[in-house]
Write a protein that binds this ligand. Structure first.
Ligand SMILES: [Mg+2]
Length: 279
């Protein structure tokens, strides 16, 4: 039987070096700190810094921590939103993200606002065109070669599964003249999914992979037994853990990791996997 393959990729730190500072000296950490200061006022930055900064917290987690200690922040943030809503709404595609309901779910509303402001700051740093070493964000080594190889191989498909955001990811693919993925599931989709406990799912929750499969199957008309999935990511815990609980082979990008996954820092090493049965 002919092998149909779905290559699922993480985005940040996997295909693109978004954790490096831009020429304007902005990265994810500085953008988050600036977003907190802009939305809540600079007075809160002392508290933010003393509580350890971002500490890899998801937006919902970070906002929940800030709000518990400073309940009046909700009004400050709402005022900020009212004054900036037109610009901020333009960063979220129709039907994505969380509908900003301030009184029904303040933590999710704050997380949504924070996400949009962070995105506004980071997107401004994306280079307008390729300009050598100054292009931001840079590709990881030979990611473009690998991506084009998958795109050129019949019956091989691409997906992005990311805690990042649609608008940013599409802009970066355009910057590098790379064809967009066949399927994309991001944190914007996760925030739009209503959960019983009111918190959007995040990696390593395998629900994110189920969402990829749903979209892939409705796009291609394939059934789950007609194709094979491989997952590529740079975070052994979050991406690797997700792959394990979803039951798909995982290939790690980066330095060797304690979980013992197959690891490389050069995408040329992954080219032989394209179109090959790895189950
Ligand atoms: Mg990553």
């Amino acid at each position: 039987m002919k092998m149909i393959q779905l290559c699922v990729h993480d985005f940040d730190g996997n295909g693109f070096r978004t954790f490096d500072a831009s020429p304007g000296n902005v990265n994810v950490h500085t953008a988050c700190r600036q977003a907190v200061g802009d939305i809540f006022g600079s007075v809160i930055l002392k508290f933010y810094d003393e509580s350890g900064g971002l500490k890899n917290r998801a937006p919902v987690e970070l906002m929940s921590d800030l709000l518990v200690k400073n309940p009046l922040l909700i009004d400050v943030a709402h005022n900020y939103y009212q004054s900036n809503r037109v610009a901020l709404d333009s960063f979220m595609p129709e039907g994505k993200g969380f509908l900003l309901g301030w009184h029904t779910n303040p933590v999710m509303a704050l997380a949504e606002l924070f996400t949009r402001r962070k995105l506004q700051i980071l997107t401004a740093e994306i280079s307008a065109e390729q300009c050598g070493d100054d292009t931001w964000p840079q590709l990881t080594k030979n990611f473009d070669v690998f991506w084009r190889e998958i795109k050129a191989t019949p019956d091989s498909y691409t997906a992005i599964l990311s805690s990042g955001h649609d608008y940013f990811i599409k802009r970066v693919f355009d910057l590098w003249d790379l064809e967009l993925p066949d399927v994309m599931v991001t944190d914007d989709d996760m925030r739009a999914i209503e959960q019983g406990n009111g918190i959007a799912p995040y990696k390593p929750d395998p629900q994110l992979m189920y969402e990829v499969w749903d979209r892939f199957e409705s796009r291609t008309g394939l059934r789950s037994d007609q194709y094979q999935t491989i997952y590529f990511g740079d975070d052994a815990e979050k991406d690797g853990g997700l792959a394990e609980s979803a039951g798909v082979p995982f290939y790690h990008f980066g330095d060797s990791d304690p979980k013992g996954f197959d690891t490389t820092k050069d995408w040329l090493d992954r080219v032989p996997l394209v179109g090959r049965n790895v189950a």
